[in-house]
Design a protein around this ligand. Structure first.
Ligand SMILES: Cc1cc2nc3c(=O)[nH]c(=O)nc-3n(C[C@H](O)[C@H](O)[C@H](O)COP(=O)(O)OP(=O)(O)OC[C@H]3O[C@@H](n4cnc5c(N)ncnc54)[C@H](O)[C@@H]3O)c2cc1C
Length: 342
């Protein structure tokens, strides 16, 4: 990192410290590129009370524990981590990118935006997220096998998630909470042909068990229904502001289209994780982060020089190698030495 007029200059700046951004930063740092990770905290992974579907990570680890371990790993490799919210982004005349946070300013040759989205939350009364209120079907369906489950919402997605839950249990209700269904006629025909109860009434109250898990909802007509938990399906708010400022193409649903390596429509800007189309899962986000990190290394690495460069600049001399920056070289030697001593 170099500090020029109060700007921190890096080869790579990653915005967003969820699993996707962390994984990109891990690769770019370990592959020898000065990297900063700027994260405001929070995000979807931080909402996990326990972690499912991630090989090598036990279920009892919370999202915050998982992320803290990852940040510690990155710092050991030499990533600079900043707690900040990046509010503005622009491309400079020299092709690099300028990112302005509330606390600092960054300039980088490549930027990775792993900024994710926020799940729209229904109105209260609601159980605690992870203890009866859930947002991730492929994460949490397993914990509802043979249990009584609700799906809150009135969209096509709500109807589909309810029908999908029949793969796991025979007790599934859709809670419309006083709203008219907005799903299509075709969905209506389908959902009514599956053994799903559609409850119109708004929720008026809730009881919880001693361990904090949801026990039951009370409805305005006085009925009470018991549930282990369920899913809220009110859509997603994508964090698109930085993409808009940079002129990056977006899909109608708010996601950012990318190639297999996370490249967006603007050269040098990469997008990873939940902000891109596909399954919203930690292993998937990490895979996308890894692809982008390796692609950036292949774009930025100094060697081998190509024939045109050798013809123009002459053979590579010993003084020019290794390509890794002095800071990261020292960090890697220190890391490797401490692990050799273990
Ligand atoms: C309640 C819940 C439970 C889940 N459980 C599981 C599970 O068990 N297993 C599983 O595989 N998946 C699970 N998921 C899905 C998983 O959390 C996401 O797929 C994953 O976190 C996506 O990673 P990401 O890095 O793209 O986004 P996120 O984890 O959302 O991280 C994005 C980060 O970017 C930051 N950010 C955004 N904008 C800015 C900005 N302008 N400046 C700085 N920082 C910014 C955010 O603060 C956040 O830290 C769960 C999701 C939820 C909501």
């Amino acid at each position: 990192m170099t500090d020029t007029d109060g700007r921190q200059e890096y080869e790579v700046v990653v915005v967003g410290g969820g699993p996707a951004g962390l994984q990109s930063a891990l690769y770019t740092t370990r592959l020898g590129h000065d990297t900063a990770l700027v994260d405001r905290g929070g995000g979807r992974a931080a909402m996990m009370l326990d972690t499912h579907n991630v090989i090598g990570v036990t279920e009892d680890q919370s999202g915050n524990e998982f992320l803290a371990t990852a940040r510690q790993q990155l710092e050991e490799y030499g990533t600079d981590i900043y707690r900040d919210f990046v509010a503005d982004a622009e491309q400079l005349d020299d092709g690099r990118f300028r990112l302005v946070g509330n606390e600092g300013e960054f300039v980088a040759e490549r930027i990775v935006l792993g900024v994710g989205f926020n799940d729209k939350r229904p109105d209260p009364p609601l159980p605690r997220t992870g203890k009866g209120l859930h947002y991730c079907l492929h994460c949490d369906a397993y914990m509802f096998v043979d249990e009584s489950v609700y799906v809150m919402g009135h969209s096509d997605s709500a109807a589909y998630v309810a029908m999908i839950m029949l793969n796991f249990t025979d007790e599934v209700d859709i809670l419309l909470r006083g709203e008219e269904p907005s799903w299509s006629d075709e969905t209506d025909e389908l959902v009514r042909a599956h053994p799903v109860d559609i409850i119109d009434e708004e929720i008026s109250g809730m009881t919880k068990r001693d361990d904090g898990w949801l026990e039951s909802f009370e409805f305005e007509d006085g009925t009470v229904r018991e549930y282990k938990g369920g899913f809220a399906m009110y859509g997603s708010e994508y964090n698109t502001a930085l993409f808009e400022q940079l002129g990056v193409e977006r899909n109608d649903d708010g996601t950012v289209p990318v190639d297999d390596h996370g490249r967006t429509s603007v050269d040098g800007v990469f997008a990873v994780g939940d902000i891109t189309p596909g399954h919203n899962q930690i292993p998937v986000a990490m895979g996308k982060g890894a692809q982008a990190g390796i692609a950036i290394h292949m774009e930025l690495r100094e060697f081998p020089k190509n024939r045109d460069e050798i013809r123009a600049d002459g053979e590579v001399t010993l003084e020019e190698v290794p390509g890794i920056s002095t800071g990261l070289l020292d960090k890697a030697k220190q890391f490797n030495q401490s692990h050799a001593d273990d």
